[in-house]
Design a protein. Structure first.
Length: 152
């Protein structure tokens, strides 16, 4: 199976972030407009601050310039996943059972692409969410985006 551009970038950037002592949470790189944006999410047991994000940005920025893997100009952004964190693989959902999530699917299921509910279980590639009083299983590959819903 061919690796996506984002997967290739993640494989390059993950060791850089981990060598600095942070958790590589994930990355997005939508190619819209003239400049590509590479958005890296990092985390640490006690969260991360702006100085830590800047440190990762400097290191990764240098590495990306040297490797020259991104055609043309690009913007590099580094941040924490935040309260409404996006999830990049099913393993990251562990520990968030009982919390609300927003799910956006690649293709509609039962005529809808957006779902919101309580995460009840993650087993392998299957994400189980309680929506109203119904339990729905989603295959990880069908999920385009899944984020935590922060409730105040």
């Amino acid at each position: 199976m061919r690796q996506t551009f984002e997967e290739m970038l993640s494989d390059m950037i993950r060791p850089e972030v981990e060598n600095l002592g942070y958790v590589f949470w994930g990355l997005t790189s939508p190619s819209t407009g003239k400049k590509r944006v590479v958005r890296i999410y990092i985390d640490a047991p006690d969260g991360v601050n702006i100085d830590q994000c800047a440190e990762v940005s400097r290191q990764v920025g240098l590495m990306l310039e040297v490797e020259d893997v991104i055609p043309g100009a690009f913007n590099l952004e580094v941040s924490s996943p935040g309260l409404e964190r996006p999830f990049f693989n099913p393993d990251q959902l562990t520990g968030y059972e009982g919390r609300k999530v927003d799910i956006l699917l690649h293709e509609p299921m039962d005529d809808r692409r957006k779902y919101k509910g309580e995460l009840t279980e993650v087993e392998g590639e299957t994400v189980t969410v309680k929506i109203d009083d119904e339990t729905v299983d989603f295959d990880w590959t069908a999920i385009k985006k899944i984020t935590l819903v922060h409730e105040f």
